[in-house]
Write a protein that binds this ligand. Sequence first.
Ligand code: NAD
Length: 428
Amino acid sequence: MVKEKYNPYTTAQAQFDHVADLIELEDSAREVLRQPSREFHFTIPVKMDDGTTKVFKGYRVQHNDARGPAKGGIRFHPEETEDTIRALSMWMTWKCAVVDVPLGGGKGGIVCDPRDLSLGEQERLCRGYVRQLAKNLGPNVDVPAPDVMSSGQHLLWMLDEYEVIKGARYPGAMTGKPVGMGGSLGRTEATGYGVIYTLREALKTLDIDISSTTASFQGFGNVAEYAARLYSSMGGKVVAISSYDPNDKKAYTFRQLDGIDIEKLVTYKDQFGTIDKEKATAMGCELLEGDAWIEQDVDILLPCALENQITAKTLAKLSDEVKVICEGANGPTTPDADELIKTKDIYLVPDFLCNAGGVTCSYFEQIQSNTNEFWEKEEVFEKLDKKMTSAFHAVHNLAQEKNLYMRDAAYIIAINRVAEAVKLRGWI
Ligand code: NAD
């Protein structure tokens, strides 16, 4: 039997269709919103260091820009697919709408493995990407950011190429720039902190004291690291964290039942979020199988690594202790698992609300770049907390009022906002 490959676009459209049915969205709005508005598929020829020319595939998808310029990262991945980018661009639209920032949804990708390219080749690839797209990018059009395997340096090369083509400075054309080159303070922490701001509010509504809770994380990359640090600083106890080990080509779960010293573990991870097995076990962690993170007797589960992790199958392993799931990753839960979570006493903070701290801070970066201003880190965190907290309560209140699943409530708010913008503009 051929195993069907997981397709995130199918999930994104299934989630949309489900909510479009719930709110009886009219057909024209459905047709506009269940697919991207625009897609760019192109080739990028790059002169390699050995004198040959290699041709890479590039994509940019603008799902919807009715509420503002499209916004979303550019992923570098050897197995990048058009459908992954379509799904992620759609989730960006809902994410920007649910936190109510005046931006739309976009996503881009280059089929490549930057680890196999020299710095010079990476720079030429970034500049080539922008040369193909410059007409369709810009602070008022579509604003890219770093994503999987792309960095602030890559975005800065892209920005430089864009400004050379346009003949002027447009610092608000890209976000995720290095601090000192127009980047915002607090962007590194923003997604993980946002996850914990929503968790803190969820626990308040459940009347649970955060300092009496335990948590298990999947992943220890950018999102999980800062989420775990803030959660620990609020008194929560992290008992398990899983991460992928590229040398062993498998993931491991690191468990310490009396609580992992997060600040110490951070010093044992590399820039890709891989935890050093020897050092972690020496500090007292047990080494378990990669998927053991989901089976732990904890109050809170935080999938912060990959899509397609909480499925009908893996859900069967969940402890009855679990009270809250905070989706730091994009698309960690499948629609069939959602149906089962609804029947359990588990509070879910859905991905495009939970991990919206990153794009919210990118929006702050754009404001600072467009106005030549710089905000202090504390000011950024204060504004971020306010945005995330008010978005959380809007979703929570709707879910309570109409007895809805949190993901459905978040979708209803986001889809209604975007559908309204599309209508007001006279597109449908
Ligand atoms: P990252 O590359 O920094 O870290 C990924 C982590 O996942 C690493 O620790 C890696 O070891 C771990 N991992 C990979 N495969 C695993 C497996 N099979 N089992 C256990 N751990 C595994 O990535 P990130 O930036 O932290 O992003 C994580 C997720 O959050 C992704 O879904 C991403 O799309 C989403 N997200 C990130 C941001 C952001 O600002 N970084 C914003 C919104 C959403």
